[in-house]
Ligand binder design. Structure first.
Ligand SMILES: C[S@@+](CC[C@H](N)C(=O)[O-])C[C@H]1O[C@@H](n2cnc3c(N)ncnc32)[C@H](O)[C@@H]1O
Length: 226
């Protein structure tokens, strides 16, 4: 199980990280159904980690998106994993091996700057851009307008920077009309920060042993400071 000594937390659910990804991040954002709505469909993610959410999204997109679909996946990561650690973490899912091999071969041994790659999926193209650095700085600098956000920092109590009012306000500024977010967290202060940023926040049943999660959509634009 990939674990961060720095943050004292696991990268994903110890029970089943892949099922958690489908339940929380994909279903929480109305995916894969919404892949048909807009081309390109743009996903933003806070915390690339092992790349599991990306690979699972790629699989679902390949299965369910229309033939002319395009997907842009932007993820924000402060401490990129070394290639070998990523390969080891993803080896837990042998049926994802083909995609894991493509991601790992595009991933530098020890990334120092942004990682960009394009992958082919049944005649369609999927692009990945991992913005390396502090999420606050890099989301602010990113010229994106995401249709769906995966908010996947470590537990809010251990990684408060990833859930701050300032960062979530910046996320709202980088969200398209009708854009949505989903997160495994239902912490009260995280929900309040999301509301302050302009998101309508709903509590939904969580995955596995987690009673609740949060998901919602951008209701109004509130300009964040700076
Ligand atoms: C729960 S893990 C993400 C798991 C990931 N989505 C996956 O599919 O494996 C949280 C990630 O957030 C990153 N992180 C923590 N603080 C950050 C910050 N301030 N800016 C950007 N990334 C940060 C960590 O390095 C870690 O990779």
């Amino acid at each position: 199980m990939p674990y961060s000594e720095e943050f004292g937390d696991f990268y994903y659910s110890r029970a089943d990280g892949r099922a958690e990804c489908r339940h929380v991040f994909l279903a929480g954002n109305g995916l894969p159904q919404r892949f048909a709505d807009k081309q390109p469909f743009v996903i933003g993610e806070l915390g690339f980690g092992t790349g599991l959410n990306f690979i699972e999204t790629w699989s679902m997109w390949e299965e369910a998106a229309p033939e002319s679909a395009r997907l842009e996946f932007h993820s924000f990561e402060l401490r990129p994993l070394r290639r070998d650690d990523m390969r080891r973490a993803l080896s837990a899912w042998p049926d994802l091996d083909g995609k894991t091999a493509q991601l790992v071969s595009a991933w530098p041994e020890q990334p120092e700057g942004d990682v960009r790659a394009e992958f082919a999926a049944g005649g369609r193209t999927l692009s990945l851009h991992v913005h390396i650095g502090s999420a606050l700085e890099r989301v602010r600098a990113a010229g994106i307008s995401a249709d769906a956000w995966y908010l996947d920092g470590f537990a809010p109590s251990r990684n408060p920077d990833m859930w701050s009012e300032e960062l979530l306000g910046t996320v709202a500024d980088r969200t398209a009309e009708g854009g949505t977010f989903a997160t495994y967290s239902a912490a009260g202060w995280v929900r309040r920060n999301l509301q302050a940023a302009g998101f309508v926040v709903e509590k939904r049943p969580g995955h596995g042993s987690k009673r609740d999660m949060s998901a919602g959509y951008l209701a109004s634009r509130v300009l964040s400071p700076g």
